[in-house]
Write a protein that binds this ligand. Structure first.
Ligand SMILES: [Zn+2]
Length: 157
C-alpha cells in the first residue's frame, strides 16, 4: 500500500509480522477494512481511496519520481569523479616506475602511496555512484508504474 500523503510504499506482509515498526489502526472508518499509519509522515493509509486521496498520491508519486531523478544524477556525478580519480591513480602508478631504476616499481615512493590512496577513494566514489544510480532508476520505475495505474484508473489498494 502507498501512503496518500508522501507516496511511501509499505509492505503489508512485513507490517503484519512486525507490529512494532508500524502501528496498525484497528478502526479508522466503518467502510474501510485495513488502515496503517505511514512510518515516514504519520498519515493514515487506508484501502478504498477517495478521488482526493488518489490525486494526493499522484502528486506524491511525481515528487518521488523527481527524487529518483536527483538520486540518479548525483550517482552519475559520483561515478564520474570516481573515474577521474581512477585515471589520476593510474598516472601516479606509472610514475612510481622509476626510469633510473630500470622501470622497477618503487613501493616506497610517494607516487605509489598517492596512487594507492586514489585507488581507495575512486573505489568508494564509484560504489556510492552505482548505489545512487540503481536506487534512482528503481525508484523512478516503481513510481512510473504507480502513475500509469492511476492514469489508467486501474489503481486499487
Ligand atoms: Zn506517508
Amino acid at each position: 500500500m502507498y501512503c496518500y500523503h508522501c507516496g511511501k510504499k509499505i509492505d503489508e506482509t512485513k507490517v503484519k509480522s512486525d507490529p512494532t515498526t508500524i502501528a496498525k489502526v484497528e478502526e479508522a472508518k466503518a467502510d474501510t477494512s485495513v488502515s496503517y499509519i505511514c512510518p515516514r509522515c504519520g498519515h493514515l493509509i487506508h484501502s478504498n481511496p477517495t478521488e482526493a486521496d488518489v490525486k494526493s498520491l499522484a502528486a506524491a508519486a511525481h515528487a518521488e519520481m523527481q527524487r529518483g531523478r536527483n538520486s540518479f544524477a548525483s550517482g552519475m556525478g559520483y561515478s564520474l569523479i570516481g573515474i577521474i580519480c581512477l585515471l589520476i591513480a593510474i598516472i601516479f602508478l606509472r610514475l612510481a616506475h622509476k626510469p633510473g631504476l630500470n622501470y622497477a616499481l618503487q613501493v616506497e615512493s610517494s607516487e605509489f602511496i598517492v596512487s594507492m590512496i586514489l585507488f581507495v577513494v575512486c573505489t568508494i566514489l564509484i560504489i556510492i555512484g552505482i548505489v545512487l544510480v540503481t536506487k534512482g532508476v528503481l525508484q523512478q520505475r516503481k513510481y512510473k508504474v504507480l502513475l500509469d495505474s492511476i492514469q489508467n484508473k486501474t489503481f486499487y489498494q
